[in-house]
Design a binder for this molecule. Structure first.
Ligand SMILES: Cc1cc2nc3c(=O)[nH]c(=O)nc-3n(C[C@H](O)[C@H](O)[C@H](O)COP(=O)(O)OP(=O)(O)OC[C@H]3O[C@@H](n4cnc5c(N)ncnc54)[C@H](O)[C@@H]3O)c2cc1C
Length: 338
């Protein structure tokens, strides 16, 4: 047990970010979190620490200083070459007990969502998942964690006053990374993975890439998204042709994903991905709040819908009223084949 009383808050200090490393590469969300956490640390007059776990990641660790970290805690161990949530959780809990951060944040990515709840249970502290906004109470260090609640209909701000450390996962693409500053100076602390921290519960036998489902919606500049109106997987093939024509990716509403027409990796929204494309084309997506929270910060939104009064049509920069099964084929005819 780490801390259960208000008094026990004493001794907890600094803001931590857990970096996400995939095949040796630090993921963009880590830089975004450092940008947000830098603001929190400055406001709280504390240090910003970044935890980097992996194999052969020492160079990446130094880079985190240029993105805002004061201290980087590195555990560089071949046993961390592959993401095994039980092992990473054991290592993190050991570090939490040793260094006692006031706050620890991690990306609300597939990995972060697997890892941080385990840490919260092992460390007997709370967790606010999927935050879209963070600030800090300067009087007592309570993290003010904002996230959609009640099906996305309200935004709730949650504080965890009686437990330390405070854990939160934060959605990718909602915080801004700082410009890297190679002249920043920080320190690197090398930690070691203890014998018992490799739980041996799972063993990675083979890694394979599935090009069919490997889409990177979060980084796509053009997204062509479809909803319940697509009527089936065939409809999504038409959207894929359009996406290919403009070098974009296919997105989907939950209604389309739940219908089994397109994999979950394409889902945009509260329980899917948050995207920030330059152009988002919504084909027959009504724009319920749970969808809008995932795409409303796209630069330019084009909506195609039979009904001109939907929330999506009201939000769009360009709203095309009509049948998408007539409009999309016409767009395909007009756009040059590459
Ligand atoms: C807790 C919770 C989490 C959720 N998370 C998500 C999420 O992450 N992402 C998400 O998307 N949803 C999410 N939802 C579901 C969300 O509330 C909506 O049900 C869903 O987004 C609706 O999908 P849709 O717009 O495709 O379908 P609909 O709302 O049915 O809209 C279909 C639209 O297509 C139009 N249309 C029909 N035929 C045509 C045609 N031929 N040409 C042109 N337009 C046509 C209709 O006029 C309509 O506007 C969540 C719900 C809950 C409760």
């Amino acid at each position: 047990m780490i801390a259960q009383t208000v008094e026990a808050r004493q001794g907890y200090k600094n803001i931590w970010v857990v970096a996400e490393v995939l095949e040796g590469q630090v993921q963009k969300v880590s830089y975004e979190l450092l940008g947000a956490a830098r603001t929190l640390a400055d406001a709280r007059k504390s240090e910003l620490w970044c935890v980097v776990l992996g194999d052969g990641i020492s160079k990446a660790a130094v880079e985190m200083i240029s993105y805002g970290a004061d201290t980087v805690l590195v555990v560089d161990d071949p046993r961390l070459a592959y993401f095994i949530d039980e092992d990473q959780a054991s290592v993190l809990v050991h570090l939490l007990r040793k260094h006692k951060p006031e706050v620890m944040i991690c990306g609300a990515t597939t990995r972060g969502r697997a890892l941080i709840p385990r840490v919260a249970v092992l460390a007997s502290c709370g967790l606010t998942a999927d935050c879209t906004g963070l600030s800090i109470d300067l009087d007592n260090g309570d993290l003010l964690q904002t996230r959609p609640a009640f099906g996305g209909n309200i935004m709730a701000t949650i504080r965890c006053s009686n437990h330390r450390p405070q854990l939160a996962t934060v959605r990718p693409r909602v915080m801004n990374a700082l410009e890297p500053d190679p002249s920043r100076i920080g320190r690197v602390i090398i930690e070691t993975m203890l014998e018992g921290e490799a739980t041996k519960l799972k063993k990675v036998i083979e890694i394979f890439h599935d090009p069919e489902n490997a889409i990177n919606l979060a980084d796509a500049r053009f997204i062509i998204a479809g909803g319940r109106s697509m009527k089936g997987a065939e409809g999504f093939k038409m959207l894929k042709r359009l996406a290919d024509r403009v070098g974009g990716a296919v997105g989907a509403s939950r209604a389309a994903v739940d219908s089994g027409w397109v994999p979950y990796s394409h889902q945009v929204g509260q329980t899917g991905q948050t995207v920030q494309a330059s152009v988002y084309v919504a084909c027959g997506i009504s724009g319920q709040i749970q969808h809008l929270v995932g795409m409303q910060s796209c630069d330019y939104i084009i909506a195609i819908d039979k009904n001109p009064d939907t929330p999506m049509m009201q939000l769009a920069d360009v709203a095309i009223v009509g049948d998408l099964f007539e409009i999309v084929p016409r767009l395909l005819e007009e756009l040059p084949k590459t």
